[in-house]
Design a protein around this ligand. Structure first.
Ligand SMILES: [Zn+2]
Length: 234
């Protein structure tokens, strides 16, 4: 499937009623013959941004939960390195990614692809806290984007996906893509920027990582409003 040139897609969602917290697997009535969905490994990054050393004094903290499906073509080490780099990019807004968890799941092969009905089911079963990131093999959506981010406004039909980012294997500029999509989710906005070097350009580039003070304000305000960021005690 040809990959769309655009960086990613923003999809907004309305209802949050169904969002659960915690990574425990939900008991689920499985189709007969369906392999179980199992947590096989996990990794934890503490103060993920500190390895990169970006930003000034942090004012807010973020906890990230991420899932990768075994057999989807992702190397966990690549994901963890990209997470550190993305956290370093977001640090310019005063965000400390004080904990990032990556969970590797084994389960039905259909979960390896972004496909709204199937991915809703995966999100329901994995119950990651928000913001959440899912690393998948590819996408069945047309056009096929490297990454999609789901917000709140606009659709009550897939609340399980609210405040989640989905990234396909082989996505370009992975750390930048991850930071870009997280900004969409935190700010709850699909807005892009034409400014040179800006992180929110429609097309990502490895050196386009800057956020303006106004963009940071939207990220922090939206993140706090939607309980995706917590202000740090002063
Ligand atoms: Zn975007």
């Amino acid at each position: 499937m040809p990959r769309a040139r655009r960086r990613g897609k923003w999809a907004a969602l309305a209802s949050l009623a169904a969002i659960a917290v915690g990574a425990a697997l939900e008991p689920w009535a499985q189709p007969a013959g369906d392999p179980p969905l199992e947590l096989v490994r996990s990794w934890t990054l503490i103060d993920a941004e500190s390895a990169v050393g970006g930003g000034g004094a942090p004012t807010h903290r973020m906890r990230l939960e991420m899932a990768v499906l075994a057999g989807s073509g992702w190397d966990p080490a690549t994901i963890l390195a990209a997470t550190r780099a993305a956290a370093g990019i977001l640090a310019q807004c005063g965000i400390r990614t004080d904990r990032a968890e990556l969970y590797e799941f084994e389960g039905p092969a259909r979960y390896r692809w972004l496909d709204t009905p199937v991915s809703r089911e995966l999100a329901r079963r994995t119950r990651l806290a928000r913001p959440a990131v899912y690393f998948v093999a590819g996408t069945r959506h047309v056009p096929a984007f490297d990454a999609e981010a789901f917000g709140r406004a606009n659709s009550a039909r897939r609340p399980e996906l609210a405040y989640s980012v989905w990234i396909v294997a082989g996505a370009r500029d992975l750390p930048v893509a991850l930071a870009h999509e997280l900004v969409h989710v935190l700010a709850d906005s699909g807005e892009h920027s034409d400014a040179p070097g800006n992180l929110m350009r429609d097309e990502t580039a490895p050196d386009a990582v800057v956020l303006t003070p106004a963009q940071c304000r939207h990220v922090l305000e939206g993140g706090v409003r939607n309980a995706l960021l917590q202000p740090l005690a002063r």
